[in-house]
Design a protein around this ligand. Structure first.
Ligand code: MRU
Length: 363
């Protein structure tokens, strides 16, 4: 996607190293960070220099390649897998990518492991970009349908950042928005700020601005009010892990948006590639591990001052405890449909198995 008119992906091989967009600096500065080692890759994921389920997976894959460049032994392969898997627990794309890398590298002779690892990581990144592009094509048809009925601007609400910054390119929830917008559909996006890290206010708003998509940032609690007043035609969010029965784990607050959408008859879609489906589990509330991050992300906030300095301030009284649950689970019954690279399906085992036959049985 475009940054100041120039095409970028979120991650790419740079010689023997790996380059990523540093998402902790956006929207105030656009900076590229270089990952030179396994530890750099692991830190980039845990510190959220890169974030978003598909991008976490691609970074994990490149992290394995950096590890194999430095030491292609079986022991190093096992250690790299464990180190990267421990960085963030919820998004299943990480495990998916690491398992794929391990399977590919286990069969390669040691002398060829590093080259094979870079090739496989590049393939994972390319496939992610292609899947997200296809998600956009399918999802844009839903926007077209609403535009045809509404005969006016389509208002779409999204939560967190499930745009191209959360993937390798295009995004999941925002890919249909970009495809429809580029075709000239009149649309506008309500952007949930997404406390505590504000991925909506800082990343989604920035992305949409770069593409020229009309948007408005709202506080997380505004969605229900807007839905009651007919100001939301469609909700599209991403997912960090979707169970085979269609329960959707996504950024904290997604569940409340789904409840409000259900109460107001607003379609609630979730966009995700197959790498986000955890075929091994069925009950999302019971079985998805929910990351808890530092309370400091709740008690403090970072932003730019009028003269351009980046500063962090405390919001809460000294001594007040804070809890930071990063994700929640929306039960399948509240999800209108899943938008995947193979098309749109019901949020159910039957719906997913119709598009991805054999996966549930193989898990
Ligand atoms: O904590 P983050 O920023 O990694 O969380 C990201 C999200 O919850 C996204 O909505 C999700 O990964 C889907 S992204 C394509």
């Amino acid at each position: 996607m475009r940054v100041d008119g120039q095409d970028f992906r979120t991650i790419w091989g740079q010689g023997d190293d790996v380059a990523v967009i540093d998402q902790t600096r956006l929207p105030h500065a656009f900076e590229i960070a270089t990952l030179r080692s396994l530890d750099d890759a692991a830190r980039a994921i845990s510190d959220m220099v890169v974030r978003g389920a598909p991008l976490i997976g691609a970074t994990g894959a490149y992290g394995m390649a950096l590890a194999m460049r430095d030491d292609p032994s079986d022991a190093a392969l096992a250690a790299a897998f464990d180190t990267l898997l421990a960085t963030r627990p919820t998004a299943v794309n990480l495990r998916w990518a690491l398992e794929r890398m391990r399977a590919r590298l286990a069969e390669a002779p040691r002398s060829e492991r590093a080259a094979a690892a870079y090739d496989e990581a590049q393939a994972i990144a390319d496939e992610d970009a292609a899947m997200c592009s296809a998600i956009g094509d399918h999802g844009a048809l839903l926007i077209d349908e609403i535009a045809a009925k509404r005969r006016g601007r389509v208002n779409i609400l999204t939560h967190c950042n499930a745009g191209w910054l959360a993937t390798v390119d295009w995004g999941t929830a925002l890919s249909p928005v970009y495809k429809a917008h580029r075709r000239g559909v009149d649309l506008h996006v309500w952007v949930d700020e997404t406390r505590p890290r504000n991925q909506g206010a800082s990343l989604t708003a920035w992305e949409l601005g770069q593409e020229g998509v009309p948007h408005t940032v709202i506080v997380d609690n505004a969605g229900g009010h807007l839905m009651q007043h007919g100001e939301v035609d469609l909700v599209i969010v991403g997912s960090d892990r979707t169970t085979r029965s269609g329960d959707v784990c996504n950024k904290i607050g997604t569940y409340l948006k789904a409840l409000a959408a259900h109460d107001n008859g607003v379609p609630f879609y979730v966009a995700l590639p197959a790498s986000t489906v955890d075929w091994r589990i069925s009950d999302g509330v019971r079985d998805v591990p929910i990351e808890q991050r530092s309370p400091r992300e709740v008690t403090h906030m970072t932003g730019a001052t009028a003269d351009g300095r980046i500063e962090t301030v405390r919001l809460t009284p000294q001594g007040s405890a804070a809890a930071n649950y990063a994700f929640d689970v929306t039960p399948a019954r509240l999800v209108t449909g899943l938008i995947t690279e193979r098309g749109v399906c019901a949020a159910s085992e039957r719906g997913l198995s119709g598009l991805f036959p054999g996966q549930a049985e193989a898990a």
